[in-house]
Design a protein around this ligand. Structure first.
Ligand code: SAM
Ligand code: SF4
Length: 334
């Protein structure tokens, strides 16, 4: 079967799938406090998600990341992970992973490991209980810390994702780094992105340039650039003193679109060829109108990949949030 290659000769080997728009947290940069969520019939069923992912895997996807919303609040989501194990067993899928806020990991870490998951990204922007409650609105840090413990105890490799927020976690740069180092965890800093319209949050005020974060880190550690690339907008360094990897996801200050190997599917079955662009393809009707054949789905995927743009247009440099897209991160899954 011919693999997916986009018009810029980039093979599409990485799929991120959002399995729900719901979440048990309300992080201020991601959701408003009173979100309205999609009616259930709009969402792909677990069976449809399974067909969709299996089709992408047949077309060359080797890495599958499950996200949301909070993926682990979706009912029966474990069954979906278990159904993806077959592709790990066959060797077609090299990695099955997820991004989670960690709140449900105490319960799910072990069964996820048993389903073949080996690594998880857990998001937490602060290690201070009060600040954590403030930034996530509904989240509670001790629950997440228990989730991280459970993940590590189950044998999962954990990477911490932290959104870099000016005036919020700047003062925790070193304490978070050290905490991760002590626990053998890698760490990735994410620049806050202009997603969704969530009220009064001053997006330009929150924006902490990762170049600045990196220079501050270099005052205390020896940073060695790592050549490895995941094809995404992340670049990595090794801290020689601790041995840990620190990543910087900088879709705004730098643009790494040229090596982009990924596409995203929302929980309603919309395929986004680029996180920063509005163009999308509806895969749900191909799934629903043709329950017995994956051929129309495959055709819809191929025609969408043929339109994958070269890159996105986010730009903070003119002091306006140019190139912003109106959907929330919980919709496309970050
Ligand atoms: N609920 C899960 C979690 O928080 O890890 C998965 C979904 S969440 C949308 C995925 C990632 O996107 C998280 O690391 C979160 O911090 C990040 N994120 C959400 N809104 C963002 C924004 N406006 N800018 C940058 N990152 C954002
Ligand atoms: Fe939920 Fe993740 Fe968004 Fe926070 S960042 S509100 S945990 S989806």
């Amino acid at each position: 079967m011919e693999k997916l290659i986009d018009p810029f000769a980039r093979p599409i080997s990485y799929l991120r799938v959002s399995v729900t728009d719901r979440c048990d947290f309300r992080c201020v940069y991601c959701m408003s406090e009173h979100m309205s969520f999609l009616p259930k019939k709009e969402l792909l069923t677990l069976e449809e998600l399974g067909r969709l992912c299996s089709t992408f895997i047949r077309l060359g996807v080797e890495k599958l990341r499950i996200t949301g919303g909070e993926p682990l609040v979706r009912r029966d989501i474990l069954k979906f992970f278990q159904s993806m194990s077959q592709h790990l067993d066959s060797g077609a899928l090299k990695e099955l992973t997820l991004t989670t806020n960690g709140s449900q990991l105490e319960k799910f870490a072990k069964p996820l490991y048993e389903a073949g998951v080996r690594r998880v990204n857990i998001s937490a922007d602060t290690l201070d209980e009060e600040k954590f409650a403030q930034i996530t609105r509904w989240g509670r840090l001790p629950q997440v810390l228990r989730g991280i413990d459970a993940a590590q105890a189950a044998g999962l490799r954990v990477k911490l994702n932290a959104v870099a927020l000016k005036g919020f976690n700047e003062d925790e740069l070193f304490s978070i780094t050290e905490w991760c180092a002590e626990r053998g965890m890698d760490l990735t800093w994410i620049e806050v992105m202009p997603m969704g319209d969530i009220g009064n949050e001053d997006r330009l005020g929150q924006y902490w340039k990762l170049d600045d974060l990196r220079s501050r880190l270099a005052e205390q550690y020896t940073l060695t650039d790592l050549a490895e690339s995941t094809g995404g907008p992340a670049r990595y360094v090794r801290l020689e003193e601790t041995g840990q990897k620190v990543g910087f996801i900088t879709p705004l200050t730098h643009n790494f679109c040229e090596s982009c190997n990924r596409v995203r599917v929302t929980c309603t079955g919309e395929l986004f060829m680029c996180l920063g662009q509005e163009d999308r393809a509806d895969l749900r009707s191909a799934l629903r109108n043709h329950p017995d054949s994956d051929a129309p789905l495959e055709a819809a995927i191929r025609s969408a990949i043929a339109r994958k743009p070269e890159g996105h247009d986010f730009d903070y440099s003119r002091q306006t949030v140019d190139g912003r897209v109106s959907r929330h991160m919980s919709h496309t899954g970050g």
